[in-house]
Design a protein around this ligand. Sequence first.
Ligand code: CUA
Length: 348
Amino acid sequence: MPSDHARGTLGDAKAAVDVRTTSTIGLALSLGLGGCAWDAPMSTVAARSDVAREILHVYAIITWIAVGIALVVGIALAWVVVRFRSRPGAPGMPAQIRGHTLLEISWTIAPAIVLLVIAIPTIQVIFRTQAAPPRDALQVRVLGHQWWWEFRYPALEVVTANELHVPAGRPVALTLDGPDVIHSFWVPMLGGKRDVVPGRQNRLTFTAETAGEYRGQCAEFCGVSHANMAMRVVVDAPDAFARWVAAQKAEPGEPAPGPAADGKAIFARSACVGCHTIRGVSSGALGPDLTTFGSRRTLAAGILPITVETVTAWLKNPPALKPDAKMPALGLTDEQARAVATYLIGLK
Ligand code: CUA
């Protein structure tokens, strides 16, 4: 017979375990559910293109089948646990079954049927989403670089970086490759991931449904700043897209006298010109084309908004903002960096 003291200690230990279990479950739930949101910018269940809808269709079929199977298995398990629980006077060992042909056949056929049901819509969607792009599709070449995105529109003679503009309602045919390592193009609301493999041309064709801004991210580990390789797809109404194209093709005007003009002079005589193109000023090809830098909303592959302060800080020391950035600190003074930032932001 345990003493009152021993019983008290046991009770305390049990309470401590209960508290620990409850807090662990609470923490796991809050961490798990904390990742959920209805209006997340990179939601895979909010489809805004034909391809995203196709993928969501397969995803929904698989999810509902999995929910059904989980319910059947869970209910069967609960029933077995309750029905065959240990009871006083119950026989120790239940009857053993060996070589039950009907059971063996049924648990082989049942999963095969599940896989078949999943395979049919999956294969249909693979063929539909891999079909050759229609002739009127807007062709865009996507290049994944460490760690930024380049978008080239061969027919429009437009080159931009990190922000892909496309018209709503018109098929867009992306051809993806890159000069360095494997990246993956992923804009969840517009389509599934497509690897960007050096030396190989992958394709992704989609038609965006409604105007808006959609966030994307490199989805294949590609080095130190993989997480800093974001992008935006701006879906424009057709007339807004035509205006954007016209603005991209326009020759950059002369900067106003003052900091912007000083910035242009500093840009033109510094190492910037070795890597960056600004039409009429320089023709470097290693970094993003900056001809219409000021028309973009973000800097350094989507990690910072474009303001005089952020661009100045970037010019002073890029690797401080983006680890291992290929652009080195150029040794500009605060005043010089600010002048170049003012010049670049004025390029629209
Ligand atoms: Cu590019 Cu990860």
